[in-house]
Design a protein around this ligand. Structure first.
Ligand code: XMP
Length: 529
């Protein structure tokens, strides 16, 4: 996994790029919404960074124009409740406490927080003090999203109540003199009316931070940063044809040219033509030389007879590392391994909850950096996915490459239920290509988060001409999602389904039935294995 090593790399006196702008520091107390606060503030063009709640004061203050204390699952009265360093309220930096962050602020500054055994959860009316700059441009009555147990019973000395919930409870407090505020609800969630404006008021009007993050400034600064750090050394990276690794490679190539060695491993379970097409285009349009390693037979041999999904994943991950390592050794003399780690992974690693067990791509070549004594280079580690796409556009990468649906590292192997054979891969590749072609033709590709076809391990009876058939079934899957963590099945128009089904049954030998998957996540997952 990509998360272990970066700290040691950053510890080598490398000045990280993100500190050149005045930032908003978000102290994480464990809320499931912390990353959303960072996102909303980034959308204002202001750099924001999530830090653990117990980050040393000097580090919190460095280049920080405002501090946000996130929500959190604890009761402020719990024995192990995370508490902010009271020193943050003496820095003269504006502070906004959200939910638990408001209670922690109130308690630290001498206010009263009452304990509650029940949680208040969901939408609620909120009446802000009209005329207060925090609520500038908002209506007198807002629907907001609450999720809290404890509540502020009396504001700290010098603070006033600046908003109440519809049942008359204190829902916002503030001291204009100290520029410290607290909200009982979550402005960062989409269900809070005017939440974005509220954060904007705090960041722009009250904290006076101007947005200066642009894709262009990111590219310029990161290119310079990479040049300084890499010097005359060489950098190796795995290219998957996905958005993150493509943008990463183009960015590093812009900085150090052919001293970047991108390697694409054909593992034999790729979509029909798609990944290789991306590789060709990166090579032709952007002049990046990419080594393509055809390891299809090797992967298929290792997968032979394997049915268990987790074993398939392990075999592919393991094989990938071996192939990549062999290539890296062949190249010799390399100092850095570049990876397309994104900010959500980084947030996870700083979260008070600790890194959670989310799925990581095998393209994060786990274990290799230590074994081969490589330093990690992760130029996208401060970006969210949408920001990566903007940077990609700035670098001149085609919109259709940047808009591609996610594709899992283990590829079609986890979409072929049962054994993975060359024949079954070919069958699925054809069916999958037809489904995507029809989805694109119907103009639906960009409305869908991920669409694909799954080959099932059952056969059904059919009739073709005068003959009875006994052939395979495929399932078409398409979902809406924001981040892959939850998903809803996509309401595919019947005429599109009909065309997909008719074409697959007519054109793909061995398939005589097509189903559409109408399950959402949870309780189903997006992939079938
Ligand atoms: P699930 O199936 O867990 O998938 O709902 C959520 C997202 O993760 C992708 N996925 C993977 N990506 N290696 C990957 O690189 C994997 O083993 C893997 N499993 C699932 C999936 O395609 C979806 O976008």
């Amino acid at each position: 996994m990509a998360l272990g090593a970066p700290t040691s790399v950053q510890g080598r006196g490398h000045k990280s790029r993100e500190h050149s702008h005045t930032r908003v520091a978000i102290l994480d107390f464990g809320s499931q919404y912390t990353h959303l606060i960072a996102r909303r503030i980034r959308e204002l063009g202001v750099f924001s960074e999530v830090l653990r709640y117990d980050t040393p004061l000097a580090q919190i203050a460095a280049n920080t124009g405002a501090i946000v204390l996130s929500g959190g699952p604890s009761s402020i009265y719990a024995d192990d409740a995370p508490k902010p360093d009271p020193g943050i309220f003496e820095l003269g930096i504006p502070v906004l406490g959200i939910c638990y962050g408001m209670q922690a602020t109130a308690q630290a500054l001498g206010g009263g927080v009452s304990r509650s055994d029940t949680r208040e959860y969901g939408p609620m009316g909120f009446a802000p003090n009209s005329g207060h700059p925090l609520f500038d441009g908002l209506s007198d009555n807002l629907q907001v999203w609450m999720s809290h147990g404890d509540e502020v019973a009396s504001p700290p000395p010098g603070f006033e109540v600046i908003g109440r919930s519809s049942d008359g409870k204190i829902a916002a407090i503030g001291s204009d003199e100290r520029c410290i505020y607290g909200l009982q609800f979550h402005p960062e969630v989409i269900h809070t009316e005017g939440g974005g404006r509220l954060l904007e008021n705090f960041v722009r009007q009250l904290s006076r931070i101007e947005g200066s993050w642009t894709p262009r400034s990111f590219v310029d600064e990161t290119v310079e940063d990479i040049r300084n750090r890499v010097g005359d050394s060489r950098v190796i990276c795995a290219l998957s044809g996905g958005v993150d690794s493509s943008v990463m490679a183009v960015l590093i190539h812009k900085a150090i040219g052919d001293r970047l060695i991108p390697i694409f491993v054909d593992n034999g379970v790729l979509r029909k033509g798609e990944e290789l097409d991306v590789i060709d285009r990166l090579r032709d349009r952007l002049g990046i030389t990419i080594s393509v390693v055809d390891a299809a037979n090797r992967f298929l041999a290792a997968l032979s007879g394997v049915i268990d999904p987790e074993r398939k994943r392990k075999i592919i991950g393991h094989e990938f590392i071996r192939v990549f390592e062999e290539e890296a050794c062949r190249e010799g003399d390399i100092r850095f391994l570049a990876q397309g780690t994104l900010y959500p992974d980084v947030i996870e690693s700083v979260s008070v909850k600790g890194p959670s067990a989310t799925i990581k791509s095998h393209h994060n070549v786990g274990g290799l950096p230590e074994r081969m004594d490589l330093e990690l280079l992760e130029p996208l580690r401060m970006l969210f996915k949408d920001e990566v796409r903007k940077v990609g556009a700035e670098l001149g990468i085609d919109a259709d490459i940047l808009g591609r649906h996610p594709f899992p590292g283990p590829g079609l192997a986890i979409r072929i239920l049962g054994e993975v054979t060359k024949e079954r891969v070919a069958m699925l590749q054809e069916a999958d290509a037809i489904a995507l072609e029809e989805i694109r033709r119907a103009g639906l590709y960009d409305d869908i988060w991920q669409a694909f076809v799954v080959l099932l391990p059952v056969r059904t009876v059919g009739v073709m001409g005068d003959e009875r058939t006994y052939e395979h079934v495929v399932a078409v899957r398409a979902v809406h999602s924001l981040d892959g963590m939850t998903a809803h099945w996509f309401p595919m128009p019947f005429d599109v389904l009909e065309r997909i089904s008719a074409r697959i049954i007519n054109e793909v030998r061995g398939v005589n039935r097509v189903c559409y998957d109408i399950s959402s996540k949870p309780p189903s997952t997006i992939e079938w294995e």
